[in-house]
Design a protein around this ligand. Structure first.
Ligand code: ATP
Ligand code: MG
Ligand code: MG
Ligand code: MG
Length: 464
């Protein structure tokens, strides 16, 4: 017999059957001639209670070796549990202790630790209730994302991490020197980023979108799911320097089709997580953020509101709110504006479309209908978090795209391959970008985005 996952025992196993379980000890309690362990293997929020009676051979020795943090394997018989909130417990017939843990130095003591402290011990953080729940939900989201797109026939496109193109043109890229450490140590001159690697400036990608467009021009519907990097001020609770993005791209698609897909997508992910991780979601609702379930219902049950940027500005002007940042046609919406619209005014997810041309990227399709004042961009604003998705219909006309690139001060020669897509078989197409951690943060209600990624990039985590 091989050991079972604890979640399977807790959910399905019958009393009076034999079972094996293995994991890390969360707590040990000793009474007269009997000891109780709470065992966790990461498969569920709930621990398996293990009962060890003094009939066990070498009882004293075994119990002494076990402390919070130790790794053990237990074989025995499942019995109906007299305890509250648990159906069964494991009565031990043999216990194997792997690694012990010194209770004097083990950093995870029984008290509640602050999230700030736990970030400094990212190697043990996954063994806490909160991070167990976060990373299981994160995993469920990743699974759901692939399943959603695969069910619809989308091809998963792998786009480069090291790249020469700055998709957003926002200058937020980390430069790659291309030097190995020996060469770097020998180099007495400042490193010349323009020569070393591809013979031109080379960076970590900020987005796979432009390359995803290439793939969509052959496979029709594709999506990326990979790491992206932004050297921006990530000192907020919603920004990371290294985060994962999901970017679907669809040929033969306009902005409305794009918005439809994004809405279906969010509903699908929330439904999936509620079904697959009910205990973890209850934990977030009860222990982390009491809006978690209400926000999930707002995503699942309601049709998203759709308004234009111009209407959004009118609503903000008429709100009589004292915003910190100015509200004016032509300026970007700030987080406080986004949250007012989604949280207070509509009280549901809100898709804002058709932004001023001056505040959006060069690749977005220019609107014909309003003397080219706006582009076919959309942001999806969610209650409790603000922008969660940014997307657009892409400019498919060669001449318009070329003049937009020039107007933004970019060099069309750098985008020769992107322009080729408009020379050969161009077609209306659209897509969006969703920050994976932004999504997990929204679903779990965690206050800081650093706490939904296993290894947040920050000075506190410089050792990982
Ligand atoms: P924001 O306004 O929040 O800074 P953005 O408009 O700069 O986001 P986009 O370039 O539109 O971001 O990227 C698409 C999505 O990627 C965003 O909607 C968001 O979910 C996510 N995202 C962007 N920047 C970050 C970051 N630094 N950390 C985590 N997620 C991010
Ligand atoms: Mg940004
Ligand atoms: Mg934005
Ligand atoms: Mg955006």
């Amino acid at each position: 017999m091989s050991p079972s996952r604890i979640i399977d025992l807790l959910r399905h196993a019958q009393p009076e059957t034999s079972a094996q379980a293995q994991g890390w000890v969360r707590t040990k309690r000793e009474a007269k001639g009997i000891a109780f362990l709470e065992l966790n293997d990461g498969s569920s929020l709930q621990n398996l209670q293990v009962v060890i009676s003094q009939d066990l051979p070498e009882y004293e020795q075994v119990i002494k070796a076990i402390a919070t943090g130790a790794a053990v394997k237990v074989a025995g018989k499942l019995v109906a549990s007299p305890g509250k909130g648990q159906r069964i417990e494991l009565s031990a017939e043999s216990v194997e202790v792997f690694g012990t843990a010194d209770p004097e130095t083990y950093p995870l003591q029984k008290k509640r630790h602050s999230f700030e402290f736990l970030r400094t011990i990212a190697h043990l953080r996954p063994r806490t209730n909160t991070f167990g729940a976060v990373f299981r939900v994160r995993n469920a989201c990743a699974y759901a994302i692939h399943q959603f797109f695969q069910e619809r026939g989308f091809i998963w496109a792998h786009t480069p991490i090291i790249t020469a193109s700055d998709c957003e043109g926002a200058g937020e890229m980390f430069a790659v020197t291309g030097l190995n450490l020996d060469k770097l140590a020998q180099s007495s001159k400042p490193v010349d980023y323009s020569q070393d690697f591809f013979g031109k400036p080379t960076f970590l990608t900020v987005s796979g979108q432009l390359e995803a467009e290439i793939m969509a021009m052959a496979f029709s519907n594709v999506y990326t799911f990979g790491p992206t990097f932004r050297a921006e001020n990530s000192n907020t609770s919603r920004h990371l320097a290294e985060f994962w993005m999901i970017e679907p791209e669809m040929a033969f698609c306009d902005l409305e089709g794009n918005a439809d897909l994004a809405e279906d997508f969010l509903k699908y992910i929330f439904n999936f997580v509620l079904e697959k991780c009910p205990e973890d979601m209850t934990f977030f609702q009860e222990r982390i953020n009491d809006q978690v379930m209400a926000n999930a219902r707002k995503i699942i049950d309601q049709k998203f509101e759709r308004i234009t940027y111009t209407e959004a500005i009118r609503l903000l002007e008429n709100s009589n709110k004292n915003f910190e940042f100015p509200v004016k046609w032509g300026l970007d919406l700030q987080s406080e504006h986004e949250r007012y619209l989604a949280e207070e005014f509509f009280q549901k997810p809100t898709i804002v479309m058709d932004y001023p041309i001056g505040i959006k990227s060069f690749y977005m399709r220019v609107n014909d209908s309003d003397s080219q004042q706006t582009v076919r961009a959309m942001d999806i604003l969610a209650p409790g978090i603000g922008e969660i998705i940014g997307g657009s219909q892409r400019e498919e006309r060669l001449d318009v795209l070329e003049s937009r690139i020039k107007a933004m001060g970019l060099n069309p020669e750098d985008y020769w391959w992107y322009l080729d897509l408009r020379r050969y078989g161009s077609v209306p197409h659209a897509g969006f970008g969703l920050g994976f951690e932004r999504l997990v943060q929204f679903i779990t209600g965690m206050g800081n985005i650093r706490d939904v990624i296993p290894f947040p990039r920050s000075p506190l985590n410089a050792d990982f």
